[in-house]
Design a protein around this ligand. Structure first.
Ligand SMILES: NC(=O)C1=CN([C@@H]2O[C@H](COP(=O)(O)OP(=O)(O)OC[C@H]3O[C@@H](n4cnc5c(N)ncnc54)[C@H](OP(=O)(O)O)[C@@H]3O)[C@@H](O)[C@H]2O)C=CC1
Ligand SMILES: CC(C)(CO)C(=O)C(=O)O
Length: 291
């Protein structure tokens, strides 16, 4: 497969390295200082806090050249518009693997509806200078596969092929027939969580602030109640039935654990996260009365 990975931050770099190692013809698109670092050192990966860094020599490009079977997009929500413009004149399927609660329509309107697939890069990690520190394999990586779906929920040959190729690269992925509902559910949960973590200065600081935790749980509940669809996965329905105190306890524990530590909640770029969350909140307001 000829693959363009658009966006060379945490998740794009990790995905490009894994697909390159699996033998695909990968080009990783980067810009600015990140482009120079990747050209010099390749993708540098470290598992969690481990000192060992591996270098994966993924070919890097500054502009899309065309001829790709698949483009995977790993930029932030507020950065998508520019990416769409640069992909509009090209061919090939485009899989958006990012926080996105606006459905496939605005994406397809620019690049062609038949090209769009949706998903979520369910890995995690942070940038440590030029090194990607990714979430070590564990319960979270096993329990939350990367969901990938057709916007209309069909199981198509291209969807089955993409899921098979991604899994063959050692990434836990699965076809998700309700991908838009999945993404909207995730947004209902993760926007208040990330806003609270960003405001507190990280997941550990948030875990130590009971008032902020309670406010966050209330917002998650309001968001889930205001969604146009039942939650996907159904487990998020627990937010509607469990007592607030129990939810606070569970989330405090989560925030102190390795999944939150090696995630966007612990970002080195709070300004980029704030801009993304603002765009996500705007997307959510178009279908629900949420904050
Ligand atoms: N990190 C994590 O643990 C998780 C992240 N996510 C979500 O996945 C998505 C990607 O996250 P993540 O990888 O962490 O984000 P990053 O900010 O680390 O990476 C995004 C990359 O895309 C680049 N980029 C943006 N626009 C362009 C453009 N027009 N041309 C070239 N490069 C561009 C950015 O460059 P620049 O820095 O110059 O803007 C940056 O290098 C987000 O929606 C995030 O919320 C989901 C789960 C976990
Ligand atoms: C923890 C959270 C909600 C935010 O980054 C997430 O989506 C992840 O890392 O998988």
């Amino acid at each position: 497969m000829k693959l363009l990975v658009y966006g060379a931050g945490v998740l794009g770099s990790l995905f490009a390295a894994r697909m390159h190692e699996a033998g695909h013809d990968v080009a990783l698109l980067a810009r600015g200082a990140r482009l120079a670092a990747l050209r010099r050192d390749g993708v540098q990966l470290a598992e969690g806090d481990a000192p060992a860094v591996t270098r994966v020599p993924v070919p890097v490009v500054e502009h899309p050249a065309g001829g790709y079977d698949l483009t995977t997009v790993f930029v932030r929500t507020h950065q998508v518009d520019a990416v769409l413009e640069s992909l509009a004149g090209l061919d090939g399927d485009v899989l958006f693997l990012l926080n996105w609660a606006a459905g496939a329509e605005p994406l397809g309107a620019v690049i062609g509806h038949e090209r769009v697939l949706l998903g979520f890069g369910a890995a995690g990690g942070t940038m440590d200078g030029d090194v990607v520190r990714y979430r070590p394999a564990g319960l979270a990586t096993r329990m939350v596969p990367m969901p990938i779906g057709e916007p209309d929920g069909r199981s198509t040959p291209r969807l089955r092929r993409i899921v098979r190729d991604v899994r063959a690269a050692g990434i836990n992925a699965k076809a998700e027939p309700r991908i838009d509902a999945w993404l909207k559910t995730h947004a209902a949960f993760s926007v208040p969580l990330e806003q609270a973590a960003n405001a507190a200065g990280g997941p550990l600081a948030l875990a130590g602030d009971p008032g902020a935790l309670r406010g966050m749980v209330r917002l998650i509940r309001q968001n889930l109640a205001a969604m146009p669809n039942p939650p996907v996965p159904r487990g998020f329905g627990a937010f509607q039935v469990l007592p607030e105190g129990l939810l606070v306890t569970v989330l405090r524990r989560f925030l102190r654990g390795p999944t939150a530590l090696h995630s966007g909640l612990n970002t080195a770029s709070p300004a980029a996260v704030a801009a993304e969350l603002e765009r996500m909140a705007a997307q959510m307001r178009t279908y629900a009365r949420v904050r």
